[in-house]
Unconditional design. Structure first.
Length: 273
């Protein structure tokens, strides 16, 4: 994949999500020599990724002088106030800002970068293996060419869905941004339930993981909607039906998931205020 950059790509924040996106981009052809990372202290797998690809790392934004072609904002929302003033001095007239900070609105970024072309997006961690889901919204200063560049960068790590209404980013974050954690937690709970039913822990863990992975692959490849796939597994009066009676009962999985997504949506809006 070819990325046409009008200057280096500056990744601000090399935590888990920033590292996941960078890993996906490098795997799909982004030249590591075009990348600069601003991060005081890269850690763990991200530090190893940067070292393996000889990527320049600078601790502070004020150490940079060349206007980047793209600034990928991957810091925690609470850190934005600390980094945006420095970026306002660094960004050039043609710099594209792509933010993946949950809860930080276009208006909140424009307060510091009033003339900048800004794309606000929400990817998720499967981006690290090229199976991410990213929703994005652009402000009025993003040109068609910049939008195409943003889509190429975000699309290198999975699917991209553009929305016109920025307010949708909060529930989108709650569904797909936070969603992998829900799936991992479901895997944990399924394994723990297997242990409680008498299975050895190692076997329960293997069964739960393989079942989640296999079911996701079937969902991905099948043209059938999830409710029909569910019914195909459920024989009347059988074991699956007995389990679903519990999961579908009062305060069951549907109600819990609705409440969880609502809580995550509210938190996203609180972070923006």
């Amino acid at each position: 994949m070819t990325f046409v950059l009008q200057g280096p790509l500056l990744l601000v924040g090399a935590g888990k999500m920033g590292g996941a996106i960078l890993s996906g981009l490098l795997a799909r052809g982004l030249d590591a020599r075009c990348v600069i990372v601003q991060e005081p202290e890269p850690r763990g797998d991200v530090a190893q990724l940067l070292a393996d690809n000889a990527i320049d790392v600078v601790p502070h934004i004020d150490q940079l002088t060349e206007p980047p072609g793209v600034i990928l904002l991957a810091v925690k929302p609470q850190m934005m106030e600390a980094v945006l003033p420095g970026l306002a001095k660094l960004a050039g007239p043609h710099t594209l800002i792509v933010s993946i900070a949950a809860g930080r609105t276009l208006a909140g970024i424009e307060k510091y970068l009033p003339n900048a072309a800004i794309v606000r997006s929400m990817p998720n961690t499967p981006a690290a293996i090229g199976r991410g889901m990213t929703a994005a919204v652009a402000n009025g200063k993003v040109t068609p060419m910049q939008r195409a560049l943003a889509e190429a960068l975000l699309g290198a790590v999975g699917d991209v869905a553009w929305v016109d209404d920025e307010a949708l980013l909060d529930p989108i974050t709650a569904v797909s941004g936070s969603g992998p954690a829900y799936v991992f937690y479901l895997t944990e709970c399924l394994a723990e339930a297997g242990v409680a039913a008498g299975l050895p822990k190692e076997l329960a863990d293997k069964l739960a993981r393989a079942t989640i992975v296999g079911s996701a692959a079937l969902l991905d490849e099948s043209p059938l909607p999830p409710d029909e796939l569910r019914r195909n597994v459920t024989s009347p009066g059988g074991t699956t039906a007995a389990a679903l009676e519990v999961l579908g009962g009062e305060q069951g999985l549907r109600e819990l998931m609705t409440a969880a997504v609502a809580a995550a949506t509210k938190r996203g809006r609180d972070l923006a205020n």
